[in-house]
Design a protein around this ligand. Structure first.
Ligand code: IVH
Length: 681
């Protein structure tokens, strides 16, 4: 046998064994034997790549090369479903269909699996491409990822061109397990399934237990005259078909013709449909996959063809949806927000809609992937939820826009400065530090309530000051002569006065707030507090350690990793940042923490017992000095004994000094004491 033939035979054999193992669950050979054949094929394909099949079973393990998801035109119209949310509405639909028909009809009811819709195109029986639904005309080519799903046949016995529609989904139990490996970024199994299809590396997709169930077949020569037979044909061709289906007909003869190969199928009369649906609603949570409804389909193909479809949905089938969306509204537009650190966030601008008592008109769309998973575009009718009753979220597309069903394309350039957006991880970034939007956002962050709390400078005022060129960078907030505003519309004396007052007041904001207000990446209030608690309670100390590059000094702090440590070093060695700090110091902002005993974690005076004598320039009354000692973990006891370790002496010290000398107590004058305090600051 020549090499080419051996590769072909091995490929066919292995595909057959994959089918027996993954679909029929009736393997003919041992795992070891399978692995031997598989390894042989891998080795041959490596040596003779020219003979390897596009649909080789080795493709199931995926590749590490980056996928490109080109847009491709669908060969069949990829329609949506008409919907009903009540049993009453559904019964009415069924009755109407029956009364309009001259013949007796039968119906198939299937579960509507909540996953990602996919269309598989086979050429001459071989999987050629797999496209997402997209806008119904064009979908994204995700073939390489689809090939890794073991339940999808790569080659079938039906040697013709045909298409199969079905759902890719992940079991609830697997979702909990696998979402962890994506840092729990997907909010439900549907999003993980849709997100996986768009994963850049098919080798990653291969490790996710994605499932596929086929629910429609489109053949050039339609040899099946009803839906049940189409499902059966798909089953014979090696596709997985959902076992949980039901068949309803008023004709008893009809019921008896359901082939034996569907032993699990539930059979009933048309009038039983409602009861069946009620049962499915109750049993819904017992399934290990999510279903968001049921699909009621006419069984007879010729009647389907006579009824045809609208531009949106077939007239011969309807979805019965379990949950009516919390609210539905039109997505008017998607706009881009750029944060102070350059992170780009797409935001949905919605036709205002009321949910849980409040009106929602905007919702975050997180990033490009989220938009692609939902296949979202302006003009679409979408469902909105309010997660945890607070944050509004766009859940899914209910209907794509008629006029413009496109999926939103992420912008390539920053809409504010025009510089090219760079993708890092899940997000895009504008890397231009001079981007006017980023500069404005830094100012808005600095004055915000949680930071410097300059409440007279709201977003609008900041925007005005920025656009007029009055305040461009943070120090300008303190530098600007606000009296100049008296010439501007809307700024009366009282308002200007209030602005000046609140800016003055901000100078007493504590160090931790100043530190966080600078807006450095990864340095929020909690990191600032931890730094201070761990002894970094002045900017000079932080800068000193950063300049020496002593990463461990930061990373040893509980909750700080090396990433935080590296960021801190980067921020506090950056010349622009150091210049900013120098400038702000001139305006007397707090760059040192005023000590409160409970905020100081390290206790440099621990185990020391101090006595104090004389009077002091900097500590009036003397108890202020005692306070400083106690804040640092020391004790103060003014009678000198053998336990006394230190004596703090001011001017006019009396007999205590003598006694201390005799007992070998360390004597500390005011200047030395100040140095000790500063050292521990
Ligand atoms: S029939 C012409 N049957 O529900 C539309 N759809 O818009 C053909 N779905 O994302 C749809 N299970 O992928 C049909 N048994 C089922 C289904 C099903 C899930 C999905 C479909 C699409 C959505 C309908």
């Amino acid at each position: 046998m020549n090499i080419k033939q051996r590769i072909e035979n091995l490929s066919k054999e292995l595909l057959r064994h994959q089918y027996l193992y993954y679909i029929k669950a009736e393997p003919e050979i041992s795992d070891k034997e399978y692995d031997r054949l598989f390894d042989e094929l891998v080795a041959l394909e490596k040596k003779y790549p020219e003979y390897a099949f596009k649909n080789s079973p080795t493709k199931r393990v995926g590749s590490d090369l980056d996928n490109v998801f080109a847009e491709k035109k669908h060969e069949i119209p990829v329609l949506s479903l008409d919907k009903e949310y009540t049993l009453q509405g559904l019964t009415k639909w069924v009755k109407k269909i029956i009364s309009n028909s001259e013949r007796e009809l039968s119906f198939v009811v299937e579960e509507k699996i909540d996953g990602a819709s996919i269309v598989l195109y086979y050429k001459n029986g071989v999987l050629d491409s797999a496209l997402t639904r997209g806008n119904g005309m064009f979908g994204n080519d995700v073939t390489e990822n689809i090939r890794t799903i073991k339940q999808i046949p790569l080659i079938t016995e039906e040697k013709s061109d045909f298409a199969v529609r079905g759902e890719i989904f992940i079991n609830k139990s697997d979702f909990l397990k696998y979402n962890k490996s994506f840092e729990n970024k997907y909010s439900n199994p549907r999003n993980l399934a849709a997100g996986s299809l768009r994963n850049l590396k098919s080798s990653v997709v291969a490790k996710i237990p994605l499932n596929f169930l086929a629910y429609e077949g489109f053949f050039k020569n339609q040899f099946c005259n009803n839906h049940i037979l189409i499902l059966l044909k798909l089953k014979h061709m090696g596709f997985c078909i959902n076992k949980n289906i039901a068949f309803f007909s008023s004709n008893v003869k009809d019921i008896s013709v359901v082939p034996n190969e569907f032993p699990e199928i539930i059979k009933g009369k048309i009038k039983d449909i409602s009861a069946y649906i009620e049962g499915k609603i109750k049993g819904r949570n017992k399934l290990d996959y999510e279903i968001d409804g049921l699909v009621v389909k006419i069984n007879e193909i010729d009647i389907r063809e006579n009824l045809g479809h609208t531009s949106h949905h077939p007239r011969w089938e309807i979805a019965f949806k379990f949950d009516s969306p919390i609210a539905q509204t039109v997505l008017k537009n998607i706009v881009i927000q750029v944060g102070r650190n350059g992170r780009v966030t797409p935001v949905a601008i919605l036709e205002p809609v009321k949910i849980a008592g409040s009106v929602v008109s905007r919702a975050t769309l997180h990033n490009q992937e989220y938009i692609e998973i939902l296949e979202l575009g302006p003009g679409d009718l979408v469902s909105i939820s309010k997660r945890g009753d607070i944050i509004p979220a766009v859940e899914e597309v209910i209907e794509k826009s008629y006029e413009n069903p496109a999926v939103y394309k992420f912008q390539e350039n920053c809409p504010f400065c025009g510089s090219r957006l760079i993708k890092q991880g899940a997000h895009h970034f504008c890397k231009n530090k001079k981007c006017p939007e980023r500069m404005k956002r830094s100012l808005i962050h600095f004055v915000s309530k949680d930071q410097m709390d300059i409440d007279t400078l709201g977003e609008k005022t900041i925007k005005f000051l920025f656009e007029r060129g009055f305040v461009k960078i943070i120090p300008d907030i303190y530098k600007f002569n606000y009296d100049l505003l008296l010439k501007e519309e809307g700024f009366k004396e009282k308002r200007v006065d209030n602005i000046k007052k609140s800016i003055d007041k901000s100078k007493s904001r504590p160090f931790k707030k100043v530190l966080a207000a600078l807006g450095f990446d990864g340095l929020g209030t909690s990191v600032a507090s931890e730094l201070i608690k761990n002894g970094f309670n002045s900017i000079d100390k932080i800068i000193e350690i950063a300049s020496k590059g002593e990463k461990e000094e930061f990373s040893k702090i509980e909750g700080f990793g090396t990433i935080t440590a590296e960021l801190l070093i980067e921020h506090f060695t950056d010349n622009k940042n150091l210049e900013l700090i120098r400038e702000l110091k001139k305006w007397e902002l707090n760059f040192k923490e005023k000590i409160e005993s409970e905020t100081l974690k390290i206790k440099p005076f621990e185990n020391q017992i101090w006595a104090i004598t004389g009077s002091f320039k900097n500590f009036k009354p003397r108890s202020k000095a005692a306070e400083k000692i106690e804040q640092r973990g020391g004790k103060v006891n003014n009678t000198i004994s053998s336990k006394t370790t230190h004596l703090l002496t001011g001017s006019l010290s009396g007999s205590k000094l003598e006694r201390a000398r005799n007992l070998n107590v360390k004597i500390v004058n005011e200047k030395e004491f100040l140095d000790m305090l500063n050292l521990s600051l």
